[in-house]
Design a protein around this ligand. Structure first.
Ligand code: DQA
Length: 140
């Protein structure tokens, strides 16, 4: 089973950026934990700060992978183009957020992507990514 994790803008700074919200762990370190938790899964990771590159990655893997875990960062709240890409591909996408966006500023309460995704997981810190993988393992 092949899972693609995609992180959007500013998530390259995890472990450095706003630690009180996003924690102390860089994503590469967390990814090692995911790989050891799920040795049977192929878990690939991609990060981009650029909207079009996120769309290109969805197009590239979205007809062959079994699931996408997408934290589109602030593009979650703005990007109809990413929503269209999610609809265009065959692979199910789970929207994730490290923080509980519903406890934060009102502009973070709207997701342009959620309606096009299999589901949404938010507010569990880095564990949101693991929970998203678990949700993709559920056959339905
Ligand atoms: C985020 C929440 C977004 O509102 C924010 O713009 C991010 C990170 C999260 O993981 O909590 O960059 O997606």
């Amino acid at each position: 089973m092949k899972i693609q994790i995609i992180n959007g803008p500013n998530l390259n700074l995890l472990g450095v950026r706003e630690k009180s919200i996003y924690g102390n762990t860089g994503f590469e370190t967390y990814l090692e934990q995911l790989h050891s938790l799920y040795p049977a899964l192929e878990i690939d990771y991609y990060q981009s700060n650029i909207e079009g590159e996120i769309i290109n990655k969805l197009h590239q893997i979205g007809f062959s992978y079994d699931g996408v875990v997408l934290n589109a960062g602030a593009y979650t709240h703005t990007s109809i183009a990413i929503a269209d890409a999610i609809v265009a591909i065959n692979t199910p996408v789970v929207e994730v957020h490290i923080s509980n966006v519903y406890k934060r500023e009102e502009f973070r309460h709207t997701s342009m992507l959620a309606a096009s995704c299999k589901g949404v997981i938010a507010g569990f810190g880095m564990d949101s990514y693991r929970l998203a993988i678990e949700s993709l393992l559920i056959v339905n």
